[in-house]
Design a protein around this ligand. Structure first.
Ligand SMILES: [Zn+2]
Ligand SMILES: [Zn+2]
Length: 305
């Protein structure tokens, strides 16, 4: 934390404060009720911002699982910040650290390392954001070198506040409550990838961690819950893949469909996806290497359509 200026520390701390305020603001819906329009506001902004988190923050910015024009990256990152997901540098730094140390002592939000059980669930679902581990040890150079993304990272709270103000201006207290409810649900939806997808579900692929394919999380997160595949092939743009009876089976993955849609209108290209031979080679029936060995880097990912 020593490398951060007081202003950056202040800006970063705004993130969890705003998320906590969203939880309180969501209670407004018990006073106002929700009209059909407000329900659409909740669901619509949940979906749009979830896609920004999954397709842009995660699969594009962090893992570069496809290529996209810079404006797509920038607009997607603004929406990712509006999701209350912090800024692009902060997000990528923490997520890459998670992949490097998944379910090992240096993984900051594993539900499987001490504390375990209910405490581990609380920790991975968001408790770690209220600890000293909230500040990344190091920010990613490529994001920091992009002046727009670096500025957005430090001013990450502005899109969230702007969307909050827009909600109030459109529908008063009812839409303010709807926005807060949407943000709260979105926050916990994203966090289930860190918690439930490292706790409950299938492990069709051999990895060195507790990552799982979890259908419930996949439904909440538009495909991110197929997390065992993701840890086995982190640079794959498609997460919805499993193995059954020695065959590759494709699972619902709305984020991947969205990326394909971007590709169809020439806003995405070079989608990465492992070949079926590589998928079968990583079947979980293979003997796992001894604990402590490093996870192999991305094997044989090919640009596919
Ligand atoms: Zn994970
Ligand atoms: Zn990832």
């Amino acid at each position: 934390m020593r490398q951060y200026s007081p202003l950056t520390i202040l800006a970063y701390v705004c993130g969890p404060v705003l998320i906590l305020l969203s939880h309180l603001g969501a209670l407004l819906v018990f006073m106002t009720g929700l009209s059909w329009g407000a329900i659409a506001w909740v669901v619509g902004w949940y979906g749009i911002r979830m896609l920004a988190t999954t397709a842009i923050y995660h699969r594009l910015l962090t893992h570069k699982s496809y290529q996209a024009p810079t404006p797509v990256l920038w607009v997607g990152c603004v929406l990712g910040a509006a999701a209350g997901q912090m800024g692009p540098s902060w997000w990528k730094a923490h997520h890459l650290a998670h992949h490097r140390h998944a379910d090992q002592p240096r993984d900051l939000h594993s539900p499987c390392m001490p504390p375990k059980g209910v405490n581990g669930l609380y920790w991975s679902q968001g408790g770690w954001l209220l600890s000293r581990h909230f500040f990344p040890a190091k920010l990613p150079i490529d994001v920091e070198q992009d002046a727009f993304l670096r500025g957005l990272d430090r001013l990450h709270f502005m899109p969230l506040i702007a969307l909050c103000a827009l909600s109030y201006s459109i529908g008063g207290v009812e839409y303010l409550g709807a926005f807060c409810l949407s943000t709260t649900l979105l926050f916990h939806g994203v966090q289930t990838v860190n918690s439930l997808s490292h706790w409950v579900g299938d492990q069709p692929f051999s990895t060195h961690d507790d990552s799982r394919n979890n259908a419930f999380v996949a439904a909440l997160t538009l495909g991110e819950g197929w997390h065992n595949l993701h840890h086995a092939f982190a640079a794959s743009s498609r997460h919805g893949i499993t193995l059954q009876d020695g065959q590759v089976v494709y699972l619902p993955d709305p984020t991947y469909r969205f990326i394909q849609l971007l590709e169809a209108v020439s806003l995405a290209s070079r989608l990465q996806r492992p070949s079926e031979a590589r998928l079968l080679a990583r079947a979980n029936s293979t003997v796992l290497p001894a604990a402590g060995e490093t996870t192999p880097s991305e094997p044989n990912l090919a640009a596919t359509r």
